[in-house]
Design a protein around this ligand. Sequence first.
Ligand SMILES: *Cc1c(COP(=O)(O)O)cnc(C)c1O
Length: 710
Amino acid sequence: MKIKQRVLPKLPQRLNGLGEVAANLWWSWHPAARMLFKMLDRQIWKESNHNPVKMLNELPTEVLQAAARNPDYLRYYDEVLAQFRHYLEAKEGYFSKHVADSNHYPIAYFSAEYGLHHSLPFYAGGLGFLAGDYIKECSDLEVPLVAVGFMYPRGYVHQHIREDGWQENIDEILDRDAASIFRVLNEAGEQLVVKVPFMEPSIHVAVWRIEIGCIPLYLMDTDLEINDPWNRRISQHLYISDIEQRLRQEIVLGIGGSQVLASLGIKHSVLHLNEGHAAFALLERIRERMEGGMKYEEALEQVRKTSVFTTHTPVAAGNDVFSFELMAKYFHAYWPALGLSRDAFFQLGISFKEPNAGFNMTAFALRLSGHRNGVSKRHAKVARRLWQPLCWPEAPEMNVPIDYVTNGVHVPTWIEPKMELLFNRYLGAGWLADHDNEALWELIDTIPDEELWKAHYWLKIKLIDEIRERIRQRWAQDHVNLSVVRAGGTLLDHSVLTLGFARRFSTYKRADLIFYDLGRLKKLLNDRWRPIQIIFAGKAHPADDPGKRILQKIFKAALDPELGGRIAFVEEYGEQLAQYLVHGVDVWLNNPLPPMEACGTSGMKAALNGVPHLSIVDGWWAEGFNGKNGWAFGQQEVSGSRDQADAEALYEILEKEIVPLYYNVSDDGIPHDWVKVMKESIKSNAPRFSARRMVKEYIAKFYTGALKEA
Ligand SMILES: *Cc1c(COP(=O)(O)O)cnc(C)c1O
C-alpha cells in the first residue's frame, strides 16, 4: 500500500524539505518548525489558518526562491530539518528501552474524534483533544501505535451568535486537498476504498492518513459517489443525533475501522478504545480469531486480555444505547458469524439493571475489555458505582474492575512558547525532554517574580488584543450592532483581574453558575478599585437547546450595560482560541455539577502556563488541588439547592481570597503573593497532569500486561 505524498508545487530544490515538514504534524508542536513557515510570509501563514500545506500551495514562487538564497533562512531551515529527521529516526525511545522491543504488532487506538490542530477540524471538544494529545505523546515516547478515526468532511461547525444571543451553526466544508492529510492509495494508484463487512447495501469508506510524528492516523470518509446519499452522510458530522445514523456511524468506526487496518495489512496486538463509540471493533477482533480457527470462548478470552477500554463520562448522553430492533436490523448477519444466537449476542450489551433497555455500548465495552479505566481517580469511583448494577450486580462496588488513569495534556502543545523560553532559562534547556520529572519543577522557584509576572502580563495583553481584533473584524464584515461589538470583548481591560471560562456548553458544566446572584456578581464586576472581568467562550452541540439557552443567557449578560462591559462572550471556541485563553487569563474557572466532570483538561493547560485553577472539587481537581496551587470550593453534600450553595461558595472565595490577593501589589508593581500561587500552580501540576505521565501510566497499568497476552 502506498501513501500518496502530495507533490507540492514550486518548491526550489534547496527547500524540498519544507514539503516533508509540512506533511507531518510534528510541526504543530514544535514552535521552531512553525516559525519556518511563518518566516516566509507572516500574512499568508495567518491567512492559511496556520496550515503549511495550504500555505506552500499559495506562496508566490519568488518568495520561496528568495528564501532559498537567504543564508539566515537556510541556516534555520537546515537546523529544523535535521531536528525533524532525527526525531523520526530515533529508535532508542522510552518504549523500547523500558517496555518491549518493537518487534510485535502495534497497538490500535480507536477514537471518534481527534483534536490535533485548528487547521484539522475533526473535533468537538475534550475527548478529541485528549486523543490528539495522547497520540502526540505516544509519538514522543515512541510507543508503537496506529490510530483510527473519521474524517468528517463537514465536521466543523462555525458558531455565530445572533444579536438575541441564539447560537447559529454554519458548516465548514473541509478542503481535503489543502491540509496535512493524504490519500492512501491502492496498488492501482487509486484511493483505497474499503467495504464495511456485513452491511447491506454496502457502505464504502475511503481511507486517508495523517502523520503525527511517528504515528499514522487513518481516517475514514463515507462521502463517496458509490455510496447512496444516506451512507454518504455517515461521516459528515460528529455525533449525529439521529439514533439510527449514530449506530451506523459506530458500525463504520468499529467494524469499518478494523477492516481498514486489515486491508492495510496492519495486524494489531492490543486494542485501545477511547470511549465506547468504536466498541464494535471488539467483535471484529473475536471474529478474526475465529476465522483463524479459535472457538468463540477462546477468542473472547484472548480479546479480553488484550483490549483496553477508557470510559470518559458519566453523562447519559455520552453513553449510547441502541434498541434491540435497531441492532437486529444491522447485526442479524453478524451474530451467526460469531456462532451466537440473537439472545446471546444481545446479552453482550445489556444492562442487568434494565435488561430490556437495549444494547448499551459502554456496558458492552466494559464486558469485553479486560483492562478498563476512568479518567481521574474520582471518576473511576463514580464509574464503579454507576456500572456496578449494570454489569457486575454480584460484586461489591469496591471490587468493580474499573481502574483509573487521570488525563494529562501534551506539554509541548500547550506550553506557550514565551513560557517555554522562560523555563529554558531557569529549569535548564533540557526541561521539556524531562518534563514529567517532578523534582525538576522545584526550580520554578528560582524564576524572579518579576520575570514570571511580566511574561504572564504580556500574554494577557496578547489575549485581549486578539479578542478585540476578532470582534473588530466581525463588525467590519457583518456590520453587527455596536452592543454586540461590546459583548464580544471590546471593553476588556488588561489591568483587571480576568477569569476565563471556556468549554463546551453542556448543561452539567453550568456556565451560568456565577450569574446565580446577579447583585453579588455586579458588585464584583463593578468594584471601583478592584473589579473582575470574565471571558466566556464555548459552543453548544447543534442539537442541544438547553445548552444554547445557557449560552444565550450569558450573551445577554454581556450585552447588559449594568454589567459594565466586564463580561465578554467570544465566538468560535476552538483550539486556537483555547491556546490564547489558557495562556492569557489570570484564573481558570470550572464549576460543573459534581460528580459529572469525569476529568476536565482545560484547567491543566492553564495551570501549566501559570494560570491557577479555581474549581469545584470534581474531576482532576480532586487530585490536583494541594491548598496553595489554586482554589477549590463546594461541599460534597448540600442540603437544599446545589446551585445556590455552589454559587455562594464561589462568590465567597472570590471576595475573600482571590480579589484581595490579586490586587495586593507591592511598590515594585508586582503582586508577589499572587505570583507565588502561579508558581505553585506550575510546579505541582505540570509534571503530574502531563500526557507523558498519562501515557506511561497506560503502559504500566495496561499495555505491558496486554502485550504479554497478545
Ligand atoms: C482542552 C479543550 C477542551 C476540553 O476542556 P474541558 O475543560 O475538559 O471541558 C475542549 N475544547 C478545546 C478547544 C480544548 O482545547
